[in-house]
Design a protein around this ligand. Structure first.
Ligand SMILES: [Zn+2]
Length: 354
């Protein structure tokens, strides 16, 4: 834990609004505007550029991606949506070494019915699937993930690939996730699974539904209660044009109904490079998610609570349109960097008296 930093920044996006020449407090719990009239320290840091919450890929599998390779990445944050809990700390350490300041969040294992997806898949290592025998086992596992620092709980409802949790098991996962204040994220695949997830109170879908065109009623109910992680471009990688078209249509109607969308790629599934995927951005735009809606999706503020990492642009970024135009120039910046010489900062004495 470090003390909060008070800084004056050229521009900042706070709560979805852009402010110019803002005095902000940066802490372990994100960035906030210092209210006018609040006493300021005698010396303020000056940050040139534009600060915003970190650009987030809300669906990755670190164990299948190249996040341990260094190289520029516009991503400041990621959410691992399924891996063996004992392997995650090592993967996250490696990703941190390659991407200083990366805010790496995780869900822990895939919770599944006994024999359910993705157990038996060659890419799913031992320990990555928690096959649940009964509701008590579900509750125990959720508490264990929360204790390990998870940011979400993952469940698989894939009826096309084996048994799925019954309503009692799914209900226990949802209730326990709510009790530990973590979102329950479902992989819903196969007829009726989206409806089951909705009825059980699942907070997030890990993929935009693609196996069927959802009715407007289902779309409206989902938009009122869920966040959907986009993962549209994975269908292009799989050569599944019909899946892509269905998912894009479902997401367009979900977003138009006011549903919360989070940018996510399923990084590791046919995509290894740890950076923004231009195909996912293009697909989101095809679903009508542009400008502010696109920036909101990239920041995923409604999915994950804020942390110490911020996104920064040194280029001329002053609104959501210019963020989208400059995505390739984004960097990430944990506030601890302010103690180093790595970024373009200049300290100056303020006029204000403490
Ligand atoms: Zn995935």
């Amino acid at each position: 834990m470090s003390l909060p930093i008070i800084a004056r920044v050229d521009r900042a996006r706070i709560g979805g609004h852009w402010v110019t020449d803002a005095v902000v407090e940066l802490s372990d719990t994100g960035m906030r505007l210092v209210p006018e009239g609040q006493a300021l320290p005698r010396r303020l840091r000056r940050i040139e550029g534009a600060l915003l919450p970190p650009i987030t890929d809300a669906h990755v599998h670190l164990g299948l991606a190249d996040a341990a390779l260094s190289g520029p990445s516009a991503l400041g944050r990621m959410l691992d949506l399924g891996w063996a809990p004992e392997a995650l700390p090592g993967l996250i350490d490696a990703a941190h070494s390659a991407h200083r300041g990366l805010d790496a969040r995780f869900a822990g294992p895939f919770h599944a019915a006994a024999g359910g997806y993705p157990s038996g898949r060659s890419w799913a290592p031992p320990g990555s699937v928690a096959e649940l025998a009964d509701p008590a086992a579900a509750a125990r596992s959720v508490r264990a993930q929360a204790a390990a620092g998870a940011s979400a709980i993952k469940v698989t409802l894939n009826s096309e690939a084996g048994p799925v949790p019954d309503d009692a098991l799914l209900g226990a996962l949802a209730a326990e996730a709510r009790a530990v204040a973590l979102p329950l994220v479902a992989h819903a695949q196969g007829h009726g699974q989206v409806e089951r997830a909705l009825a059980a109170g699942v907070d997030v879908l890990a993929h935009t539904p693609w196996t069927e065109r959802l009715s407007d009623d289902v779309i409206r109910a989902a938009a009122a209660s869920q966040t959907w992680i986009s993962t549209l471009a994975m269908h292009g990688r799989d050569g599944d044009e019909l899946g892509f078209a269905r998912a894009t249509d479902n997401l367009a109607r979900f977003a138009a109904s006011g549903g919360a969308v989070a940018y996510g790629t399923d990084l590791g599934n046919g995509l290894r490079r740890f950076t923004i995927d231009p195909n996912e951005i293009a697909a989101l735009r095809q679903a009508g998610i542009e400008g502010t809606a696109l920036v909101d999706a990239l920041l995923a503020e409604w999915l994950l609570p804020p942390g110490p990492t911020l996104g920064i642009f040194f280029a001329q970024v002053h609104d959501d349109e210019s963020v989208v135009a400059n995505l390739h120039r984004a960097g990430s910046l944990p506030y601890t960097w302010f103690d180093t010489e790595d970024v373009d900062l200049e300290e100056f004495d303020t006029e204000e008296d403490a």
